[in-house]
Design a protein around this ligand. Structure first.
Ligand code: NAD
Ligand code: UDX
Length: 468
């Protein structure tokens, strides 16, 4: 019976996932640990606005369970020692150098976690892969653990391990709901007892028919496959958005007419500025790398195209913006609405706004950013990863009031589908802008029929330029 959980990694997955488990399993003690002491401090912050992750519903749950049966700690070794189940929930980004750079997952954090578990665990421990991992990573983890695994007669070092794969399918922005009401819970493994223990944990709130078990490799591969399929739908609809703009078809009508076929479905058919977030690109690259490794070049090429179309869509929108502003944006004021990679999260990893901003800065535009959950510091940090921001410090600023920020703006670009951008008073804003003024709706959230267009030019993804 699992009674003490340690989760290694207090990020976007570890934090919310353990919060929901703590809420649904009040009798289980949970410690979430992280090497980043600042992050642990933020999770323990009295001011719930300072939690490192913004997710609707998270603050309320944290208030309920934190310091009752959920703890955030930097004492990693002790928490590992006391646990009978350990979730590995660390980051697995793409390698930036060395063999497989730009393609393969960097497993250094997973390996470090496995070594630390191996050193500090006590008795029998179920080790659960929560991170998204390349197929057959469980074998690596097992090997690391088995270097310390000891046999019955050795009293001093009596430790043994079962390794399970239990990938997480939550999406940011809806993480709490996804965790509370998952479409399915996937458990992969070959130790029937360990699988049963983990299953019992989920049975506290998940219907038994939604808990599926597979072998380890199917579980690891299913996670990559699910993300590849989801990303593929976005690239598919984005490719069609360009045809709509060229022909006069309307992307929303086409998406609806297509998605109402029950074999296709309506979800994940929103055209936009290309998918962002820490998962889709990384997981597809991972799949492509796997294909290359197994000499399946055509399969790899197929999936790689999903990423290529995504990059093409991002670039296409950038070009449309510049062309419509007479091919010259030097010294023009452009207000960018949204920096997070999607609405209802403060996560900016792989946000389509990053690349667009850098392209516009290179053309000497003056950018004013707005985002309800992302601070100017975070924006600068994110941009700094990809460009020498020193060169552009005079060209960037941040505003918390988008009405003030629109004064004399030449263009406004909607990059994230935050609800408040749908509710903007465009008549008020467009009066303040320099003429001719433009709104580029890269998310397709504006209801054009409700906006008087005589003062403004509007371009919308999958619709093109809206004619007055
Ligand atoms: P994250 O970067 O937000 O969090 C990972 C945390 O692990 C960091 O705080 C880091 O400091 C910590 N860490 C790294 N090495 C450590 C170690 N050795 N000991 C202790 N702490 C360590 O990442 P994330 O978004 O939570 O993603 C985690 C994993 O879950 C990834 O494999 C990702 O692909 C997968 N995943 C992410 C999402 C998502 O929406 N973000 C959804 C499903 C799956
Ligand atoms: C994704 C998967 O959905 C989730 O199951 C997995 O566990 C982690 O990766 P996430 O990246 O958090 O989740 O968010 P998601 O809602 O999938 O959005 C990813 C990107 O696609 C965002 O940039 C979003 O704006 C974009 N998107 C999504 C579209 O452009 N159109 C859509 O119809 C849906």
């Amino acid at each position: 019976m699992i009674s003490n959980i340690c989760c290694i990694g207090a990020g976007y997955v570890g934090g919310p996932t353990m919060t929901v488990i703590a809420d649904r399993c009040p009798n289980i003690l949970i410690n979430v640990v992280d090497t980043n002491a600042e992050k642990i401090k933020a999770w323990n912050s009295e001011d719930l606005n300072k939690l490192p992750v913004f997710e609707p519903g998270l603050r309320e749950l944290i208030k309920k369970v934190r310091n009752k049966n959920l703890f955030f700690s930097s004492d990693i070794d002790l928490c590992i020692k006391n646990a009978d189940a350990i979730f590995i929930s660390v980051n697995t980004p793409i390698k930036t150098s060395g063999l497989g750079a730009g393609e393969a997952s960097d497993l250094k954090w997973v390996e470090a976690s496995a070594r630390r578990i191996s050193e500090n665990a006590n008795g029998h421990t179920i080790v659960i892969e929560k991170s998204t991992l390349p197929v057959r990573t469980a074998k690596v983890i097992k090997e690391i653990l088995s270097t310390q695994e000891i046999y019955e007669n050795d009293n001093e070092r009596n430790k043994s391990f079962s390794v399970l794969s239990n990938p997480e399918f939550l999406a940011e922005g809806t993480a709490i709901k996804d965790l509370q009401e998952p479409d399915r819970v996937l458990i992969g493994g070959d130790d029937k007892n360990a699988i049963l223990e983990l299953k019992k944990l989920y049975l506290n709130w998940v219907d038994k028919h939604k808990i599926i078990t597979t072998n380890l490799w199917s579980s690891e591969l299913s996670k990559l496959t699910a993300n590849a399929f989801l990303a593929q739908r976005i690239s598919s609809i984005n490719s069609i958005s360009a045809i709509c703009e060229a022909t006069g078809a309307d992307i929303k009508e086409v998406a609806k007419a297509t998605g109402l076929d029950s074999r296709i479905g309506l979800k994940f058919l929103k055209a936009g500025p290309g998918f962002g977030g820490s998962c889709f690109k990384k997981d597809i690259l991972n799949l492509v790398y796997l294909c290359k490794y197994f000499n399946l070049r055509q399969v790899g090429d197929f999936w790689e195209q999903v990423i290529k179309i995504n990059e093409w869509q991002r670039n296409r929108i950038y070009e449309i913006i510049v062309k419509n502003l007479f091919g010259n944006i030097s010294d023009k004021k452009i207000l960018i609405l949204g920096f997070s990679f999607k609405a209802n999260t403060n996560d900016t990893r792989e946000s389509p706004t990053i690349g667009l901003s850098i392209n516009l800065l290179k053309e000497n535009a003056n950018l004013v950013f707005h985002d309800p959950q992302v601070s100017f510091d975070q924006i600068k940090n994110e941009l700094e990863k990809f460009t020498d921001l020193q060169k552009y410090t005079n060209q960037i600023s941040f505003c918390s009031n988008l009405y003030n920020a629109s004064d004399y703006a030449d263009a406004i670009i909607i990059m994230t589908e935050w609800k408040e951008y749908e509710l903007v008073d465009w008549e008020k804003i467009t009066k303040k802008m320099r003429k001719p003024s433009w709104v580029f709706d890269a998310r397709g959230i504006l209801d054009i029929s409700k906006i008087r267009t005589e003062n403004i030019n509007i371009w919308q993804v999958g619709n093109g330029v809206i004619k007055n």
